[in-house]
Design a protein around this ligand. Structure first.
Ligand code: TXA
Ligand code: MG
Length: 313
């Protein structure tokens, strides 16, 4: 890790600029969360609607009280167990938090990411950094610095290159602002892990959830048409040759076809690869991308969620 890159990132944040920051989930597009002009630049660069809230990233649990109030026992225990890590907590916002950060709601999303460069920047910076995923609105989140450049070009002042993101899918979002915790967006920290940590059950799907851009039905979409198929449908489909189609499969189908992209059989490796595979396939000008459905178990929840969105048109 280059100390001068960290210093440069911090200087740009202080002067109200935009820095792409690697995290363990996906790259974030960071700005000073206290500076309305800086936060506004995020929305312009992403071409994102102004009423969508953004996550504020912190370096330490002790900073929570500068951003949130009414922090429950559940919230603290999740923070202590999973941070730094791929978890975002929705809490009641502290007075003075910018409207642009909360999307005009009374809650705020907070997270301590587990990536050495992100943590170095956040520690050195010493306050909250607003950072949604560093993609244009509605597109696939970037998991490499090259993908950030493709998405944002010169709209970002500096890209901190931190290699490929380890987790590869966006954080699990848990709303702990109400009576009962609720999962707003599944991630690789599963509902079961959250329940085990809290020693009680939580809501898996909240009705009338607050605005979460990741909960729009069509999101994370590639340009190429995507279709999901069960393993059985896929086996049948593969008996016909189709040059203009790519097939993304994780199960060991008994066919050897060059157009099959073989995905890992374990969900963590699959999640790590998924966005990069989708991004590369999307550049090939194919007619469609067929993706094999994934298992129904909870470690696959986040992957299934992103695949359903990507295939929704
Ligand atoms: O893994 C991640 O969470 C990445 C990295 C960069 O940290 N960030 C990320 O940010 O995915 P973004 O903005 O692309 O997605 C964050 C989601 C959005 O869907 C947003 O609506 C939701 O979090 N969110 C933020 N604040 C919220 C709030 N106060 N209430 C409900 N949802 C909120
Ligand atoms: Mg996003």
């Amino acid at each position: 890790m280059q100390q001068k890159d960290i210093a440069k990132a911090v200087a740009i944040l202080r002067s109200g600029g935009l820095v792409a920051i690697p995290t363990e989930t996906v790259y974030g597009l960071g700005a000073d969360a206290r500076n309305p002009l800086a936060v506004r630049k995020i929305f312009v660069a992403k071409q994102r609607p102004m009423d969508h809230p953004v996550i504020v990233h912190l370096a330490e649990v002790s900073q929570l009280s500068q951003w949130a109030v009414d922090i429950s026992k559940d919230a603290l225990s999740l923070a202590n167990e999973f941070w730094p890590g791929p978890l975002t907590l929705i809490l009641k916002k502290a007075p003075g938090v910018l409207e642009m950060i909360t999307g005009g709601q009374d809650t705020i999303g907070l997270r301590i990411p587990n990536h050495p460069m992100a943590l170095a920047v956040l520690k050195e910076y010493g306050d909250g950094v607003a950072a949604p995923s560093a993609n244009r609105f509605g597109r696939i989140s970037p998991t490499t610095s090259e993908a950030v450049r493709e998405e944002l070009g010169d709209a970002v002042d500096f890209i901190l290159a931190g290699g490929r993101c380890g987790v590869g899918l966006e954080s699990t979002i848990v709303d702990v602002s109400g009576e009962e915790p609720a999962i707003l967006r599944p991630g690789m920290i599963t509902a079961r892990q959250i329940e085990n940590s809290l020693h009680h059950t939580i809501q898996k799907q909240k009705k009338n959830a607050p605005r979460v851009s990741g909960s729009l039905e069509s999101h994370y979409a590639p340009v190429t048409k995507m279709r999901l198929m069960s393993t059985e449908e896929l086996a049948l489909f593969l008996t016909h040759e189709q040059d203009d189609t790519a097939v993304v499969a994780w199960s060991r189908l008994p066919v050897s076809q060059s157009r099959i992209v073989r995905m890992p059989e374990n969900p963590w490796s699959y999640a790590h690869d998924l966005y990069q595979v989708m991004r590369e396939l999307d550049k090939k000008g194919l007619r469609q991308i067929i993706i094999e459905e994934v298992p129904e178990t909870s470690e696959w929840d986040a992957i299934r969620d992103r695949l359903l969105r990507a295939a929704h048109r």
